[in-house]
Every structure is written in C-alpha cells, then in structure tokens.
Design a protein around this ligand. Structure first.
Ligand code: GAF
Length: 386
C-alpha cells in the first residue's frame, strides 16, 4: 500500500521553566499546548514541492526536494528546511503538495516554528516510510531551523512538540538529549496555568539571541569546558570567581571587560537549579510551591540575562500583584508571552489585572488563555492506494 495523502499534526509549546538553558546543555521543562499545526501532504509524481498556508495570505511557494539553504525565505523556509535536513541525513523524498493549517499563535513565543517543522516532518516520515523516532525528528527540525532558516536556536521547542504528553511536562536534558515526561496535574492541585501573550512580536530576536548564546559559549571556553552544564555542580560563586580569573588572564584577548558575562552565566546556572527544584516539587505533589521559582526565573531573565521587554515585566508584576502564585516570561523573550500560575477561579481576575495594567501603560491589549498540557506530534490521518 502506498500512502497518497497524509496529515501530520504537531503542537506549539509553553515552557514552564528553564529558559536559555538548552543551548548550554542544561535543563528545561516545557509542555505541549492544545494549539496545533497540521501539514497535509499529497504525493506528486515529480520532484517538486508546493507549500501553501491557510493562516497567511500568501501564494503557494514552490521548490524542489533538492532545495538548498538560501532558496526559500519567509515562512516556507521552515518547510523547505525540513526537506533539506532529511536529504542531508541521506533520506530519499518524493515531491509533494503541502497544505499548512495552524492555530498556534505566531510570534508569541509559543513555538509556532517548531510546530510547523514537526508537523511536516511527522507527515513526511510516514509518507516516505523513514521510521524516524521522536528525538531524531526533533533534531532534524532543529537542523532545518539552524542551518536552513538561519536561527541559532536550541532543541527545547522541537523536543516539546515531539515528546509532549497530555497531563505532563517534559523534562528535557539538553546534554543527554533525553525527554522524560513528568506528571503535572494542575487541575488536581486546584491550579491553572494562565498564558498572557503580550502581542509584542520578537524584536531583533535572532541577533540578541545569538549574542546571548555566543557569550555563554565564550564563558564555557574561558572556563575550559565544553558547555556551562559541565560546571553546574560547582558552587555558582566559585564558577564566577574562576571566570573572573580567566577573563583577567585573558585581558585584551577576549576578557569579559564588564560583568555582562558573569551575569549571563549566573542566570544559566541558577535557572538549571530552579528547573531541578521544580521537578522535585512536581514529583512530591507540591505544585503551589512552584510559584516563587517562576517569579525568580523572571527576575533572573530580566536582570541577569536581559531578555525581557517592558510589556513582559509589567505583565508579570500585574499578575503577581493580582494574586498569581508566580509568573515569568516564557520562550526566547524580547516580546512574546508570560505564564502565571494561579488558583483555579483566579485566572479571569489575573487576566483582567494584566489587561488593566496594559491599558494604564498604553500598551496593545494582550491575549490570554489557560494552558493545558497536551499531546505531542502524531499522524492525524492518511489515505492509501494498493
Ligand atoms: C527559543 C529557542 F528556540 C529555544 O531553543 C530556547 O533557547 C528558548 O528560546 C529559550 O529558552 O524558544
């Protein structure tokens, strides 16, 4: 039986905690959202790929399965990048017509890009009978994003989209490249996870993101390790002192010059620690106690990592003042969304408080919704001929 048409479906994600840790070999704790992207692929008899998206008013984009970085730009680069990554990995692919539909908010820090890549990959995997496992699929999606689209992102978003599970968060260990589902029954604990999309789209995100990443890589080099994960078990103050010493020794040849690098490192190491504390609280059913860790994460991202914008800070402050147990920006930052952990029944009041604060500051009204940990990528439907 040959599959003629197939639909792959993959979710967006929200990250509970563990931000800007993945490209440092650290830990993150995302969950898959109910919002999904579907990619319907219809087999063609030639080597052409057409891509059309219902969520954007665009003409179909056309390329061949042999596409190379630079051929396709814009939204369809995420689709073309998947073909490129699969072919680079040695897979033979047929030409297809691709139809994309999505309700994952784009530019909101909720991984619409990973959902797009993973939906196409999931469908292509089944259509071409490649037999990929979810982690390999996530890595291929990241390669498409890094090398075809040109965004130097980590692997968290794709791992969340592939490994998400209803009622669970995903403990992603970026050094081991593993994803462990951890039960997260918010309803049983009388809690909700509110998402507030500030509707500030990522600004200069790629440049700023890449700069943060380079600073961390430089710090690891100064410390004589492959990634910051390798110093995670040392006391933070000791790591920072070693960094100061190495930077001093290298003055004029790439020394830190100011305290930017030490603050970036302090964020990464403290954030990994907060992820592990959150996992312990989840495992022992003490979900309410996660709140302060979320707020501490935000402060670290604001003050040490400097990836927040005013709207994110105002949203977090307003949510906490309105009674949220904790709140933080989520995703890469420079815009996008915050999450707030709230008592059931308080979600509407907290959302109203953020909306009022935005009105008071003259900001665009935010979008709000409650996140429910949902399933990862899957094949939604297929048709075959003998
Ligand atoms: C973006 C990236 F795509 C992720 O890999 C991750 O680094 C995140 O920003 C920050 O935690 O979503």
């Amino acid at each position: 039986m040959t599959i003629t048409e197939i639909t792959g479906s993959a979710p967006g994600r929200v990250n509970l905690i563990g931000e800007h840790t993945d490209y440092n070999g650290g830990f993150a704790l995302p969950l898959a959202l109910p919002h999904r992207t579907t990619a319907t692929l219809r087999r063609r008899s030639d080597r052409t790929v057409t891509a059309l998206s219902s969520s954007r008013e665009v003409e179909p984009v056309e390329f061949t399965v042999e596409t190379k970085p630079g051929d396709v730009a814009g939204w369809a680069a995420y689709v073309a990048g998947v073909f490129w990554a699969l072919r680079e990995a040695g897979h033979e692919l047929p030409g297809v017509d691709v139809q994309i539909d999505s309700d994952v908010p784009s530019g909101a820090g909720l991984s619409s890009s990973a959902a797009l890549e993973c939906s196409v990959l999931t469908a292509l995997d089944a259509l071409a009978g490649l037999g990929l496992d979810p982690t390999t699929t996530a890595v291929l999606a990241q390669q498409a994003e890094n090398h075809y689209v040109g965004a130097p992102t980590g692997l968290m978003d794709q791992m969340a989209s592939m490994h998400g599970r209803a009622g669970h968060v995903v403990l992603f260990d970026a050094a081991a490249i593993t994803a462990e589902p951890i039960p997260c029954d918010l309803a049983a604990a009388g809690l909700s996870l509110l998402i507030v999309d500030t509707r500030v789209h990522h600004r200069h995100a790629d440049g700023e993101y890449g700069e943060r990443r380079r600073t961390c890589e430089d710090a690891a080099q100064l410390l004589g390790v492959e990634s910051l994960r390798d110093v995670q078990d040392e006391p933070v103050e000791q790591v920072l002192a070693r960094l100061d010493a190495s930077a001093g020794a290298g003055a004029g040849t790439g020394g830190t010059g100011d305290d930017v690098m030490r603050r970036r490192v302090r964020h990464v190491l403290s954030e990994n620690e907060r992820v592990m504390q959150t996992v312990q609280l989840l495992r022992s059913g003490r979900l309410r106690e996660i709140g302060p860790l979320l707020t501490a994460s935000h402060a670290s991202l604001r003050d040490d990592y400097e990836v927040t914008v005013r709207e994110l800070d105002v949203a977090v402050d307003a949510a906490v003042r309105a009674g949220a147990l904790g709140a933080r920006m989520t995703g890469g930052g420079f815009g996008g969304s915050i999450i707030a952990l709230v008592d059931d029944g308080r979600a509407a009041a907290v959302a109203d408080a953020v909306r009022d604060a935005f009105t008071g500051h003259g900001f665009t009204a935010p979008d709000t919704f409650v996140a429910v940990p949902s399933a990862g990528a899957s094949v939604a439907s297929s048709s075959r001929v003998p």
